[in-house]
Design a protein around this ligand. Structure first.
Ligand SMILES: [Ca+2]
Ligand SMILES: [Ca+2]
Length: 212
């Protein structure tokens, strides 16, 4: 009995062995495929991270209002803030138009006298060069105050350049209309610079003090 059954058992054993080898090969192939796939996924993830970090790599100036700022690139200088603001200056004059909620500056000295009118909006954190068509001549050391009753910023005097070049003009600025008007009053203080002015809203008068 036994010798007859042996070939059958051997054949069964060989078939089981071959099935086991095949299963091992399939498992090994699956492991290799998973390893290769994880490598590809890793490379893709690394590339995505490098793209993201390169996008943030320019040194953006830190600013509490950076989220509202507009940024522009330049090949020469990298990142720049495209929001305009007045250039550095001294001896300009400034007044607050409370009706328009704007701080307005005029003139000053940037190395030379300038005749720019700028308005600052605190909520938007923006300076605007209002570029009015008519304006006082370039000057510094003038004075400005806001007349709340007439909603005008009044400017007087200043230094316009040359030796002894004092100015005695009275100008009024309307922010909404963006117009400067030379008031040419019949009587006026003598021309001067380094003066001070203030608005007495109760009596509706601009008061002028001293000067050179
Ligand atoms: Ca106004
Ligand atoms: Ca007035």
């Amino acid at each position: 009995m036994f010798p007859r059954q042996q070939p059958f058992l051997w054949r069964v054993a060989m078939e089981d062995h071959m099935a086991g080898v095949s299963a091992l090969r399939t498992a090994a192939l699956a492991v290799v495929l998973i390893w290769l796939l994880s490598g590809v996924v890793g490379l893709i993830a690394e590339e995505a991270l490098s793209i993201d970090s390169s996008a943030a790599s320019p040194a953006l100036p830190r600013n509490k209002n950076a989220s509202r700022a507009t940024w522009a690139t330049s090949e020469e200088s990298g990142w720049t803030n495209s929001i305009p603001w007045p250039s550095a200056r001294s001896r300009h004059a400034m007044a607050f138009d409370s009706q328009s909620d704007r701080i307005v500056i005029f003139g000053g000295n940037t190395g030379e006298h300038v005749d720019e009118t700028w308005a600052y909006d605190f909520e938007a954190n923006t300076w605007t060069n209002t570029n009015p068509t008519t304006k006082p001549s370039a000057r510094s050391e003038h004075a400005m105050a806001y007349d709340s009753q007439s909603d005008r910023i009044v400017l007087f005097g200043g230094w316009t350049g040359g030796s002894g070049d004092r100015n005695g003009e009275t100008w009024a600025y309307d922010f909404e209309a963006n117009t400067w008007t030379n008031m040419n009053p019949t009587t006026a203080p003598a021309a001067r610079y380094e003066l001070a002015v203030a608005d007495d809203c109760q009596s509706d008068r601009i008061v002028l003090l001293e000067g050179s």
